[in-house]
Write a protein of this length. Structure first.
Lengths: 414, 414
């Protein structure tokens, strides 16, 4: 029986094949996301992976349904696996925002699901680090969130030579559109042309822009000017004060596909341009009001960083650590009459916090030692008799004999 | 817009209401599960939350479908959210078992889904700590797994006065059934009568047992004898050697509902009997063969421990820690001309591993200090000028002035 296409199993290392995903790597990624988020004062939240379908159509329109894992549940409710976290966050904030001081700084690591057409390497689920800052309109909030994004990628060992944040602004494009005499009814259509301009041919873009009363030349000139707005300039200065200026450039080609962004938008890319976006986000000042039916009105911004592109990039750049069994001690049981006391030693060492393995059933001494080596333990421990333990460090080959109750004091954790 | 009934949101503490679930408590539970599993040499794995429906019906029969979140996906596949982890584990092990030395010791923390009829406090999803030991038939494996279960509950501060493992054996019941002349075709039916004996009236049980050729008196006598089989005795001695004998009692009333158990079975209960089972498990020596279509034949056993009963029990017993913002330092910015340098201080302290907060926008000094207190930070730090930082410990009220580059050396982590 096979798993569903586009879904992943996560195995412990060492992995059977290169194309199998590692649960150790996943945990390392999650731990790193959590560590950096906490340094920035972001608190973790989560919601259900299954939500009312309406939560997602309210925000993104009916056309999103084609990409959803949606169905009718046994209580006749229209439901869907979550394709993104922001609607759930908006729902949760709207329900209990009075309990939390503003600005609210929250993060989550949801698994997200999209029924995309099968393509090589395209998955139907991924995990996404979501960080959001709610209740502050000042660009200082944008700078704080972008700093978190940069420091998260740095925590994986990536540098300014590896990645860049392309910073842009929907406001800047709104002004451009308005000054060019654009019709408000077609504004989002215009944004979508800009969003696709890197992938489309000049002829295609020209044709579509002309239909809205714009020229590709004017659009290109605006992009190439790269002149920061007052707001973007404030963000750049803030990041410069933190020593993070080298990680950001203004790039108006970024505008983000989603309909709900209202201000600053940004994407993280590898400098070599070999991968899809590592992360993306922006301001969505109207969404909480929309989701809450007008009850709660809070400015907000956030970003999402998926695990798939990130892990592919870290592998490619050799920045993923090696993972092993994480075991500290292997207790050898060569004399079966000492097994009960050896079990007590195993129990004591585990109670002291060490990761301990031992032969479950009688085994030859050389087989036990081989297993200890396979597990890459730091120490072996063996009862000499009912009072003394022989502890051997497998790398230094130092060997000491300790009293039974004193054994744990001679072992250092990995 | 509301979330679906039976599903939970997880909020950061402090919580708005008592009946809201805490993401901090959830993370504490997950961290504790992982910590103890690693000490025992168990490695983490995970599979998809969505699997082919057939994976669950193969194991539990078609009748389980009524309790599943199942549907037809956009590729016409019959799929289901996972109601339990064991079939996925069996599938994963069968696919790559040659890569892993036996015994395989694996754990996972999946979210599981069941469409149960709405009852007070009954949820439709929960997280479950799953630990499984694969490829070893000796009762030493059963003892190792039960020791893990006991030490996991102890790691939450629970003692032998709080909980007990009720240990039983399907083999013992199989022998009883065979010796009583039972018909193999009705064996599972007999097990289900035993499974319900605590909740059913004596008359009901008597009637059903008589239909299979047994008497309630004989069944009760067997239960009350409580005589350990050779296998159970071996497990009890193994646990005694580890100092864990007080946590276990033989109790033949436990037999477990699921069809696939083949040997030892057990459940963890609070001693006061106020809650449903905290955990349950047993041997399933035939399941991997079944799931793999006969390709892989490995003995196995495992247990599952849900987060809902556990957290309710820990709350009731006052064993759940208090959670706060986990912040170390609040950087006060009273002189706005020092903001850029203060941002550098924030960045440096975060880079040194501290959790640091600061006012995003200009604010009065007393308001900033109040925010620092609300966040329960250990320290405030404030630039005196462009070279010196004033660091104050909020509990001891000790205050020191350090050079800018030296500030981090005067701060201890929470």
């Amino acid at each position: 029986m096979e798993r569903l296409p586009g879904f992943r199993d996560f195995y412990p290392e060492p992995l059977p094949h290169n194309d199998v995903w590692s649960c150790d790597a996943r945990q390392y990624v999650f731990d790193t996301w959590r560590k950096v988020a906490k340094r920035y004062g972001f608190r973790e939240y989560d919601g259900p992976p299954l939500e009312p379908l309406e939560l997602f159509t309210t925000k993104s329109g009916e056309e999103i349904v084609g990409q959803l894992y949606n169905f009718t549940d046994k209580g006749e409710r229209e439901v869907s696996l979550r394709p993104e976290m922001t609607p759930t966050l908006a729902r949760m904030v709207a329900a209990h925002e009075r309990n939390y001081k503003k600005p609210v700084k929250w993060f989550a690591i949801p698994q997200l699901f999209r029924y995309e057409r099968q393509q090589k390497g395209r998955l139907r689920e991924h995990f996404q680090f979501n960080a959001d800052l709610i209740g502050e309109t000042d660009p200082a909030a944008d700078a704080e969130l972008i700093a978190l994004l940069i420091d998260t990628l740095r925590a994986f060992g990536l540098t300014a030579e590896d990645f860049v944040i392309r910073l842009s602004s929907r406001n800047a494009w709104q002004d451009f559109y308005k000054q060019g005499g654009g019709d408000t009814a077609h504004e989002y259509e215009f944004f979508q042309i800009i969003d696709k301009i890197e992938r489309a041919t000049p002829e295609e873009s020209e044709k579509k822009l002309t239909a809205l009363g714009f020229s590709l030349a004017a659009v290109t000139a605006f992009i190439e000017s790269g002149k920061p707005t007052v707001e973007l300039d404030s963000i750049l200065q803030n990041l410069a004060a933190r020593g993070l200026r080298d990680f950001v450039k203004v790039d108006y080609r970024v505008i983000r596909g989603l309909a709900y962004y209202t201000g600053v938008v940004f994407e993280a890319f590898d400098r070599k341009g070999e991968f899809r976006a590592i992360a993306g986000g922006g301001r969505y000042n109207n969404l909480i009001k929309l989701i809450s039916g007008g009850k709660v009105d809070l400015a907000a911004l956030g970003f999402g960083m998926g695990d798939v592109v990130l892990v592919e990039l870290l592998k490619e750049r050799g920045r993923l650590p090696k993972f092993d069994s994480h075991m500290d001690v292997f207790v050898l049981i060569e004399d079966e009459t000492l097994r009960p006391l050896s079990l007590k030693l195993v129990a004591d060492l585990r109670a002291a916090g060490y990761a301990v393995e031992y032969p479950l059933t009688p085994a030859k001494a050389d087989k036990q030692f081989k297993r200890a080596q396979e597990l890459k333990v730091t120490y072996t421990a063996r009862l000499d008799n009912d009072a003394y333990v022989r502890i051997r460090h497998l790398h230094t080959r130092d060997e000491i004999v300790a009293g039974f109750a004193d054994a744990a004091n001679h072992i250092e954790k990995k």
